[in-house]
Design a protein around this ligand. Structure first.
Ligand code: ADP
Ligand code: ZN
Length: 731
């Protein structure tokens, strides 16, 4: 740290807070002075808020009015690299700094002094009287060696009441102690051997180990079909990172994935990593945040926001399933965790591994120009091979409108049941039916607040708007014409598909995997585990099943509607369909038995469907890249989506038109402006939405131009302007 990073008592320092202000606030350094990066508590009006010392104070006001920092918190100070990272993300995504600090301090109770809690461990004393329950407590403690338990943990594990545990304290058989609430995570064993790797795997593992050992920034794409051992290989990179005494971060797209991953991780390193995602309790979040900052957590596995944890010495970031859409944060700060991982690593001399069977076109293009290195795992581990893929031409099937499984697909499922193997029927649509129509007047039931149709969910016994979450009961009579008994479902969701499966295969054991059918992540994990053990004969699933789970007995994948993703104007529609179909198909035949994937389609000659079937990946990517280059869209050009929204359409339109009239700053960088136009979903939660789209050359500094441009128009109070750099979805 440079000399000017220390501020003696009484000097003016700039403090960044999470309050929605467009600047830092000046305070006087407290007694003992303060370093840049220190987390502090500062008075703000009548409140005390969390802040971070950002640099020298700006001044320009009467110094005697400046208030002092209330206290310096007992937290690891923000490192310069994190400071820089937050500023760069803010500049890239046009996000105000307070929102960035909020992202970087998303753990409760950081302002509280470190809490203590009571724990219990084995003492040398003997219980005065041996009872069955007391014996269970002592056996439990013996079984776990010298480990300490909380009262609840110990009582639950031993299957006794809390009073049994407490009854053992006077004799010294059990010792009660105070320990800090936030304990370090168990040390990981970096030296333990992993699985024996195949030649191709060892080759890739060696390259990744070298990249990590260099302790320099690098990004490597690790490409390999599902089941080729990518996870096995990047765990080697994690081991190397640990051996260098540095921390590692593994980003995963889906909470449901972590159960399987944690088990594997523990088997490999002898203990669990720290976890950071929405399923983690608040107290555990605080523990992770603090331990990451002090080195008490060596490896974190988590969701995208784990990028903002205060790593002390980050040496490796793995982004598993790097193409996954869920890496793009779509509310609040719009950022793509994959890209930000690369930025973060470049600032702290860390290696990045992007793992995928179906990399994003962005990554593909970065490999092409030599920015990223590429490693390939050509085949699946062991005897597993990619499934055979065939199209089922639905034009020949002439199915009634209430039936969605073709005869050919049904026969294939029947055959698998006979063989004792599993089938997966994939449909990327939650609920029972996407549309409810009145057969008397043709009215379709829509959301009252959004420009969207309500989706019937029979499991929930409600109609649900997938835009805003609004629900209502299914009406008896048509809300438009009042006729009763003529409302009918149109099209399939997974629940309706399940109904058809149960009719056609009444004997079969069926499981439906859809995020809304489970009360908790744990229930979902449990279901996945049961399926993996092989009891289920037919699995019906949304895209939840497309990701990473291992179902060894699954040999048939039937895609109910392969055309679904090809509709719509999204520039990534082809890419997504290609990835999703290949991922889903990759679920089949993951062990000895070869799998088959059958794609029901009305357009078997569509180039994307043909590319999926032929398996000519490189061909698909080249064609897709050429098309995007021609169109000048990402990754070969820059784009920004601007959405204006508000309750009054006329007011929102007016702002949009004003913006369009003052597009000078955009013209100066040669950018094109499209719109304003009503957004594809023109109303959400009662707010009207108008979109503008800005397109520019790859080299243009679009952020600065956008800032200059939007600054010119004053927004009325209830109008919101959101800017999404490189938007992933166009709604
Ligand atoms: P991917 O991440 O590419 O989908 P995984 O690493 O999950 O692949 O490997 C698929 C399966 O094969 C896992 O069950 C894994 O444990 C197993 N596997 C992969 N490589 C090996 C190996 N060298 N030795 C033993 N098992 C392996
Ligand atoms: Zn709605």
């Amino acid at each position: 740290m440079s000399d000017d990073a220390f501020f003696p008592e009484g000097t003016l320092v700039a403090v960044l807070t999470c309050e929605p202000l467009d600047r830092t606030l000046d305070y006087k350094a407290p007694e003992g002075g303060v370093f840049r990066g220190a987390f502090v508590e500062v008075p703000l009006g009548p409140r005390k808020v969390l802040g971070c010392v950002w640099g020298a104070g700006i001044g320009g006001f009467d110094l005697s009015k400046a208030r002092s920092i209330s206290s310096v918190l007992d937290l690891a100070p923000m490192r310069d690299e994190m400071h820089l990272f937050l500023e760069k993300v803010a500049a890239y995504t046009l996000t105000p700094m307070p929102a960035m600090l909020r992202l970087a301090t998303r753990a409760p109770g950081l302002m509280n002094p470190p809490g203590m809690r009571k724990v219990f461990r084995r003492g040398t004393g003997l219980p005065p009287r041996e009872t069955e329950a007391r014996k269970r407590v002592l056996d439990t403690l013996d079984e776990y060696g010298g480990l300490s338990f909380t009262l609840k943990e110990l009582a639950d594990t031993a299957g006794v009441t809390a009073s049994v545990v407490k009854g053992l304290i006077p004799s010294g058989a059990v010792i009660e102690e105070d320990t800090p609430r936030d304990l370090p995570f168990r040390r990981l064993d970096a030296t333990a051997e992993g699985k024996e790797l195949t030649d191709a795997q060892s080759e890739a593992a060696r390259a990744l180990r070298e990249a990590v050992a260099a302790e320099r920034y690098s990004t490597t794409l690790l490409k390999g079909v599902t089941g080729s051992g990518k996870t096995e290989v990047y765990l080697e990179a994690v081991a190397e990172c640990l051996a260098h005494g540095r921390q590692a971060l593994v980003l995963l797209p889906e909470i449901a994935l972590t159960a399987e991953f944690l088990t594997r991780f523990e088997a490999r390193f002898g203990a669990r990593p720290a976890e950071w995602h929405s399923g983690v309790t608040m107290t555990e979040r605080r523990r992770v945040w603090k331990m990451v900052g002090t080195g008490g957590a060596q490896v974190v596995i988590g969701a995208r926001s784990a990028l903002y944890l205060p790593f002390q010495n980050l040496g490796l970031i793995v982004v598993d399933e790097e193409h996954d859409q869920s890496y793009k944060q779509e509310d609040g700060v719009h950022y793509n965790a994959r890209d930000m991982a690369v930025l973060r690593a470049s600032l702290c001399s860390a290696a990045v591994v992007l793992a995928s069977a179906t990399p994003s076109l962005e990554t593909w293009a970065n490999v092409e120009v030599g920015k990223y290195r590429r490693l390939d795992l050509e085949s699946r581990y062991g005897p597993a091979v990619m499934p055979d893929m065939h199209a089922l031409d639905m034009r020949d099937e002439r199915l009634p409108a209430t039936q969605f499984i073709s005869e050919a697909l049904a026969n294939a499922v029947r055959k698998r049941i006979g063989l004792g193997e599993q089938s997966l029927l994939f449909l990327n649509r939650r609920g029972y039916a996407p549309v409810t129509i009145c057969r008397a007047c043709g009215f379709q039931i829509g959301c009252d607040h959004c420009d969207a149709r309500m989706v019937e969910h029979r499991f929930l016994k409600r109609l649900v708007c997938h835009q805003c979450g609004e629900t209502k009961p299914m009406p008896k009579a048509c809300p438009s014409c009042g006729v009763e008994g003529r409302l009918a479902p149109v099209g399939p969701g997974v629940e309706r598909l399940a109904e058809e499966v149960k009719e056609r295969f009444p004997e079969a054991k069926v499981a439906v995997l859809s995020s809304d059918l489970f009360a908790s992540a744990r229930a979902l994990k449990e279901q996945i585990r049961l399926i993996a053990e092989g009891d289920t004969e037919i699995i019906i699933g949304t895209q939840l099943v497309a990701k990473g789970h291992n179902f060894p007995n699954l040999t048939l994948v039937g895609v109910i509607d392969a055309d679904l993703g090809l509709q719509g104007s999204d520039l990534r529609a082809a890419e997504r369909t290609f990835q999703l179909m290949r991922q889903v198909a990759g679920r089949a035949g993951r062990s000895e038995k070869k799998g088959v994937a059958l794609l029901q389609t009305y357009q078997p000659e569509h180039p994307v469907i043909r590319a999926i079937l032929s398996g000519d990946e490189e061909g698909f990517w080249r064609a897709e890249a050429a098309e995007r280059k021609m169109a000048g869209v990402p990754p070969y050009g820059r784009m920004a989506g601007i959405v204006l929204s508000g309750p009054d359409l006329a007011v929102v339109s007016d702002v949009a038109n004003q913006l369009a009239r003052v597009a000078g700053p955009l013209q100066r960088i040669g950018a094109q402006l499209f719109g304003p136009a009503p957004a594809p979903i023109a109303r959400v939660r009662g707010r009207h939405r108008i979109r503008l789209l800005v397109k520019a050359e790859k080299t243009a500094s679009i952020q600065a131009a956008l800032a200059d441009w939007t600054r010119q128009v004053k927004l009325p109070n209830n109008v919101r302007l959101q800017i999404d750099i490189d938007p992933q979805s166009f709604w």
